[in-house]
Design a protein around this ligand. Structure first.
Ligand code: HEC
Ligand code: HEC
Ligand code: HEC
Ligand code: HEC
Length: 179
């Protein structure tokens, strides 16, 4: 019984469907309104230039459909939960949890890693790290633990994962935030 619950909790946490107290997904456009200046790390630009922004679209290719078929799935890759779980966000929640600017085609997006944002995405809350975390913002003391939830052997195209080199490709820290 305990194990069953534990498995469920971990699974939900892993793929972000355990949203904070009914928080909704606001979408990258919404986060990007404030996170677009170079002096605070221009997170939206780093993300747009990363492959994470393309993760959903990568499932809409012939290559993806072939991989899905090879794995024994009868559905197209983009309609297959076992693919979406690492390539998308918001595919498994009630539509009422998705705000207007949310776009599933944004793939692995801000809220995939930082949690659904409708309760924390105001300036006053965001400036107060503890409060933001209480409102559902997810931060990471050990980012590698987050990465390997998707960058692992369950990925059909997995060839290994080196945190240091891969983090360097998507690093988007705020130079103003004291560590
Ligand atoms: C209204 C403006 C605004 C919006 C919208 C916004 N943020 Fe922020 N965010 C801030 C400010 C201000 C800070 C504090 C850092 C600073 O002052 O440079 C911050 C900090 C953060 C931090 C770092 C927290 C810390 O202390 O380490 C993360 C992560 C973050 N935001 C993610 C998001 C995500 C994800 C979204 C969309 C769901 C979002 N933000 C939407 C303004 C905003
Ligand atoms: C693949 C996962 C992932 C995605 C996608 C992602 N982040 Fe992050 N983000 C992290 C990790 C890991 C850190 C560093 C550890 C931490 O501060 O929690 C971080 C750090 C940050 C910080 C700086 C915190 C600091 O203390 O300097 C901000 C601001 C932020 N992210 C905002 C965003 C925004 C806005 C987006 C979308 C445009 C986004 N992130 C997309 C994983 C991600
Ligand atoms: C929710 C699942 C998920 C998480 C969590 C995640 N990634 Fe990814 N990542 C992906 C997917 C899916 C792709 C492939 C996208 C594509 O190629 O279209 C990818 C691709 C990448 C790439 C591009 C690799 C290349 O071949 O150029 C880098 C770099 C990367 N991720 C770094 C990270 C880092 C660093 C973390 C942790 C901070 C992380 N990722 C967390 C799903 C994830
Ligand atoms: C455990 C998480 C995970 C699962 C499940 C997963 N992927 Fe991925 N996928 C990734 C990651 C991470 C990458 C990038 C690096 C790598 O290949 O490990 C990726 C890369 C890809 C790429 C390469 C994109 C490019 O840039 O060429 C395709 C295509 C792909 N995945 C299709 C699928 C299909 C189809 C399924 C379902 C049968 C699937 N993936 C299931 C995590 C996953």
């Amino acid at each position: 019984m305990f194990h069953k619950f534990f498995f469920w909790a971990i699974t939900c946490f892993m793929f972000g469907s355990l949203t904070f107290g009914g928080a909704k997904y606001v979408g990258t456009k919404s986060c990007g309104m404030c996170h677009k200046k170079d002096d605070v790390g221009n997170q939206i630009k780093v993300w747009k230039n990363s492959k994470h922004a393309n993760a959903y679209k990568a499932l809409q290719t012939e290559k993806a459909n072939e991989i899905a078929k090879g794995k024994g799935f009868k559905t197209k890759a983009v309609d297959t939960k076992e693919c979406l779980k690492c390539h998308a966000t918001g595919y498994d929640v009630n539509k009422s949890m998705l705000e207007e600017d949310f776009d599933i085609a944004d793939g692995v997006q801000c809220e995939t890693c930082h949690g659904a944002g409708s309760e924390f995405n105001t300036k006053n809350i965001m400036k107060d790290k503890n409060l933001a975390e209480q409102k559902g913002l997810l931060l990471y003391k050990n980012p590698n633990d987050l990465c390997v939830k998707c960058h692992n052997k369950q990925s059909p195209t997995f060839k290994g994962f080196n945190f240091k080199t891969e983090w360097a490709k998507i690093e988007h820290l705020d130079p103003k935030v004291k560590k």
